[in-house]
Ligand binder design. Sequence first.
Ligand SMILES: O=C(O)CCC(=O)C(=O)O
Ligand SMILES: [Fe+2]
Length: 340
Amino acid sequence: MTNELPLIDLAAATGDPEARARLRDSLHSAARDVGFFHLVGHGVRAAETDALMRAVRAFFALPEAERFAISNLNSPHFRGYTRVGDERTGGSQDWRDQLDIGAERAARVPGPDEPGYWWLEGPNQWPASLPELRTAALGWVDRLSAVARRLLRELLAAIGAPRTFYDGAFAERPHLHLKLVRYPGSAPDGAGQGVGAHKDYGFLTLLLQDGVGGLQVETRDGSFLDVPPMPGAFVVNLGELLEVATRGYLKATNHRVVSPPGSRERFSVPFFYNPRLDARIEPVPFPHAHLAPGVTEDPANPLFAEYGRNEIKGWVRAHPAVARRHHAELIDTGLAAASG
Ligand SMILES: O=C(O)CCC(=O)C(=O)O
Ligand SMILES: [Fe+2]
């Protein structure tokens, strides 16, 4: 792989047959060989992106007490604000604060025979003094899920699979997830871990990053490559369910963020395109399926085909204080066996 991310132009999907064929070739190799790419031609205008970023900055500029009033420690659904230092990845402290937002639904308390992952459905928490944040964030979720749906269909078509194969998994109650993130410079310990190396849990992540940089993707030889900001582009990466779906033909890519230097702030907004919690991801048929090596076997990070299990594994691991306060039973059942 070269030291540049592939560039994918989604507008080619509605172009002439040659443009569509080129798109499929480039999407196929980008997904198979790198698992990360820049996406342009997505139709989201700069004015929309700027409006979202303004709302994000306004949220992090609120007094700490107002942000902490909507702490995720109050939410059995893992929704709300996480202070700097309260999130863990790879067993170490991340140096970022964030607001986790999902589909706005009533709390769903699982019955004794139901999977614990239903806890992940529930209401968001919003800052009282910034009502426009709710509008901006939920609008962004709608906007990006339409882009992600088109992109997933193109990606399936690119590997020769039926393009609508997973439409049913996203029907009615997809577990869409948006994170507003700030990296407030470097931690006093000098570790530089903005967020530690990890894979995302769902199908596709569409990330908006500001101009500061620090995101890095792991390459096949284990080294980390910078993903420099590209104005107007989303950074797209493949999540664990695409690895499950293709039996490892496509891989979820490990990535991390190195803290900005000194007290420089960086803002980013990852959008996670996830199916219904109870979707069971069956392998998709495609011509190269016989070449698929199988999913990555990592005892510290088992991959689950039932999406809700894969998702709650991550939440319990990353937000141990929320899990301890609300979900001792989930920790005990071994859902958090992956303590990595
Ligand atoms: O902030 C970034 O650039 C990436 C964040 C990320 O990978 C995540 O939150 O899953
Ligand atoms: Fe990520």
